[in-house]
Design a protein around this ligand. Sequence first.
Ligand code: F6R
Ligand code: MG
Ligand code: MG
Length: 366
Amino acid sequence: MKITVTLIKADIGSIGGHIRTCDVTTDVICQAIDEAHQSGLIIDYKIWNAGDDSEILMTHTRGVDDEKIHKTAFDALMKGAENAKERGLYGAGQDILKEAFSGNVRGMGPGVAEMEFEERPAEPFVVFTADKTAPGAYNYPIYRVFADPFNTAGLVIDPKMHDGFIFEVFDIKNDKMVKMETPAETYDLLALIGSTEDYVIKRVYSKDESRGIGAVISTEKLYAVAGKYVGKDDPAAIVRAQSGFPATGEVLEGFALGHLVTGWMRGSHNGPLMPVPLHYSQCTRFDGPPRVTGLAFSMKNGVLTEPLDVFDDPAWDLTRDQCLYVMDYMRRHGPFEPHRLPPSSMEYTTLPNVLKKLQNRFKPIK
Ligand code: F6R
Ligand code: MG
Ligand code: MG
C-alpha cells in the first residue's frame, strides 16, 4: 500500500517571546486537523511543537503536494494564527506570508517535508523537528547517517546498504538541484554540502528502487519567500529506518556531536544543535541554543503508533552537556564571528546604515 507521510510546520505565535507555542493555540490546530481525520481525508495525524513552531504530521494516500492535504494544514495553521492574534501571542501568524491558498503550501510561509512510499510490513521512521536553525543544519547528520561508515555500521556490514545511497542536493540560492551517489561521489558531495548556507540535502534514496525514498528535509527559505527576513526556517526531516535503511540507532547517532549550526539569537549566530526531549523544547538561553527533537513512529496501513520521544534518554546527556559547554564558549565571543554569522548570512543587520553614516569618513589606506 502506498502511503504519504506529510509534515507541515509553521511558527504562528508563541508565549513570552519566541520561546514556545501555546497549548490553547495547539488545541485549535488539533481540532481543525481532527475534522479532516473524521472526514476520512487523512488516515492519521500527530501534532506537537518544536520550540515556537507548530508541527502537523499527517498520513494519507493522496501523494505529495496534494492540494487538499496542504490546504487542510494551511487552514488549521491560519485558525491557530487567528487564535494566537486574539490572545496576544508573540509573533502571531509570522510564518503565514500569504492568505489566499493556491495549490500547495510551498511559497506561502510554512515548511513542508513529505514522502510517498510503498509501506513495508513494518514501517519504522523518525521525524526530526528543529527550532532556531536553518535547513542546512541537517546536512551534517544526514550525511553521517547515510554515507559515513564511522557513524553507520550497516554501510560496511549490511549487504542491503553496502551499495550506498543517492543524495538529492538543492542549490537553494539558485533554485537548482543535483543528484549524487555515495560512496563514488562522496568527496564531491562533501564539497557542496559542507557549505550549509548554499547547498542543502533535500532527499536521500535507496539504490534499490523498490525501497524508494529514505529521507526528506523541509528546505523552504523564509527570506527567499518573503523577500526580507521573517525568521529562520526551523526545518523538519523525516527519515525511514531499518531493513535496508540505517537502523534507528544509526539514524539517531548522527546527532551525537551537537554540531554547530546557523540560527540561534536573531537567526544571526552559530551555536550547537542540542538534541532534546519534547518537554525541553523551549528556547530560553539567548533564544536557544538551537535544538532538535525526534519522534519515532511505527505505522501500519498509515495508522501511527504513539510517538517515541527518542532524545528522552540519559544516553544523550553527554551530548547535551557538551552542547552547553560549547554554547557558553560561543556566547563569550559576543558580537564577534564565528559566533555572529558573516554579513551575508545574518538575518538582522545594521551594517548598511553604519556604512552609510561613515561613508565620508572612510579614507584610502596609504
Ligand atoms: C530567531 C528568533 C529570535 C528573534 C529575536 C528577536 O529565529 O526567532 O531569536 O529573532 O527574539 O525577535 P523580534 O525581532 O521579534 O523582537
Ligand atoms: Mg519564532
Ligand atoms: Mg522557531
